[in-house]
Ligand binder design. Sequence first.
Ligand SMILES: [Fe+2]
Ligand SMILES: [Fe+2]
Length: 190
Amino acid sequence: MTIERIQHIVEGRLSPKRFAHTLGVVDMAKRLANHYGVRVDQAEMAALLHDAMKECSLEAMQDMVQQAQIPVDKEMLSNGALLHGPAGAAYAKLELHIQDESICEAIRVHTLGSTHMSVLDKIIFLADYIEPNRDFPGVEELRTLAFQDLNAAVVQAYDGTIRHLLDQGLSIHVDTIQGRNSVLLERSEV
Ligand SMILES: [Fe+2]
Ligand SMILES: [Fe+2]
């Protein structure tokens, strides 16, 4: 399937606002991929599909991950904000026949990250956070940092997410903590 066809399908699944966000993630992911020497076509496809299941019911997300046998824990299974990543990866595999594992993995971990993030995973995770439609204090500085030091920018994105969750009195999934720890460790090793 062509990227144009997939863009059309995604547009039909999302509200105008979320589709605009998705195109912003595509734009940022392509720029970062180009900068860091990652395949731009993979970044474009993963970005385009990252939120493809976000506006579906929790039940539809649960069905999708179960059909694709994507392992998720109880906490993810009961929370669409966490489950839409794995569900998006499942959708890409099952419905769009995307066989590129690195694309599916980047979609799967775009919200929480993981303990073994590839450069593509980091690019999608970060592009989601700093795409051009995002507006929060410090976003411009973080966009600049993203092109200077990818790992430092990913840690800052984690920090912002964790601060927000704390401020809102929300739970923090263990993958968020472990993902941040792993990137911190990578930084100290270079
Ligand atoms: Fe998302
Ligand atoms: Fe998103």
